[in-house]
Design a protein around this ligand. Structure first.
Ligand code: C2E
Ligand code: MG
Ligand code: MG
Ligand code: MG
Length: 273
């Protein structure tokens, strides 16, 4: 029998979550038309003093398996909101929520206990879920998402286009925004199919009244195509890398802010124009 070597870092995840070693990095989400700031996605970063930096694709599954994912989310939301409250009022913060968390019963209280008291409004929060969360736990996810959106927390569908869920079932959730997965953006210059898919997603979002965000924009040519296709928001290394709180504060200061939360009639009219 072949047994893979135990990963010593795996056992450090508990201490890292409890000890606040897992911190948010902030990546800007930009309104493409005038390149203004719409929000930031808070991405989990673990820079271990012992093991160096470990990717979220490695440690998030460990936190999930060890029942630490709600504690991790709580720590990230509270520290990100406390920091971002000082950067101005008119941008949102996005967080990634694991499929597991839509299956439990604690997510709503985890989020509210984390944000309350930070000075950051609940109405400026967007929770990102993947298609997996939508399909595997449909009933529970529906309840959780209904509860969150009734309380003013927005929900976005992350990595759209990579899952296998039926469209009608997916769209039965009250999504605020849909994020086009970076696999489509990667090939959008050369691949007519990718362009057609993105164009169709943008059209779908327009007719359903959903915001649309393109992920993984790395090159000016990709940005140009996305603007031509009418995609409103974007995210990627071309527009802004993941940043420390200090760098994000500076970034926010230098950008005219795109959207007001909660939205006013003026914003909606301006967007329609
Ligand atoms: P995601 O939510 O789709 O996040 C976007 C990922 O794309 C991030 O990877 C980001 O660093 C990366 N990215 C941003 N711009 C570009 C670009 O221009 N090109 C390319 N190639 N990549 C870009 P990261 O930070 O490694 O996170 C990976 C995934 O881990 C996230 O994908 C998300 O699903 C998950 N994740 C991150 N933080 C958390 C968290 O706090 N909780 C949970 N449950 N999952 C998280
Ligand atoms: Mg995300
Ligand atoms: Mg994504
Ligand atoms: Mg992803």
């Amino acid at each position: 029998m072949i047994v893979s070597a135990p990963d010593v870092r795996r056992h450090a995840v508990l201490g890292a979550v409890k000890g606040g070693e897992i911190r948010p990095a902030f990546q800007p989400i930009i309104r493409l038309r005038e390149q203004s700031l719409a929000g930031f996605e808070a991405l989990a970063r673990w820079d271990s003093p012992t093991y160096g930096s470990i990717a979220p694709s490695t440690f998030i599954p460990w936190a999930e398996e060890d029942g630490l994912i709600n504690a991790l989310t709580h720590g990230l939301v509270s520290s990100a909101c406390a920091a971002a409250a000082a950067w101005g009022e008119h941008f949102f913060l996005c967080f990634n929520i694991s499929p597991l968390q839509f299956n439990g019963s604690d997510l709503v209280s985890v989020i509210f206990s984390a944000v309350d008291g930070t000075g950051f409004s609940r109405h400026r929060l967007v929770m990102e879920m993947t298609e997996t969360s939508a399909i595997s736990e449909t009933r529970n996810a529906h309840e959780m998402i209904g509860h969150l959106s009734k309380s003013g927390v927005r929900i976005a569908l992350d990595d759209f286009g990579t899952g296998h869920s039926g469209l009608s079932r997916l769209l039965s959730f009250p999504f605020y925004a849909l994020k086009i997965d970076k696999t489509f953006v990667r090939t959008i210059e050369a691949d007519a199919d990718a362009r057609m898919i993105v164009s169709a997603i943008v059209g779908l979002c327009d007719s359903l009244g959903l915001k649309v965000v393109a992920e993984g924009i790395e090159r000016p040519e990709q940005l140009a195509v996305l603007q031509e296709l009418g995609c409103t928001y974007g995210q990627g290394w071309l527009l802004g890398r993941e940043m420390t709180p200090a760098a994000a504060a500076h970034f926010a200061e230098g950008r005219k802010v795109a959207t007001h939360y909660p939205e006013t009639a003026v914003d909606l009219a301006e967007e329609a124009a």
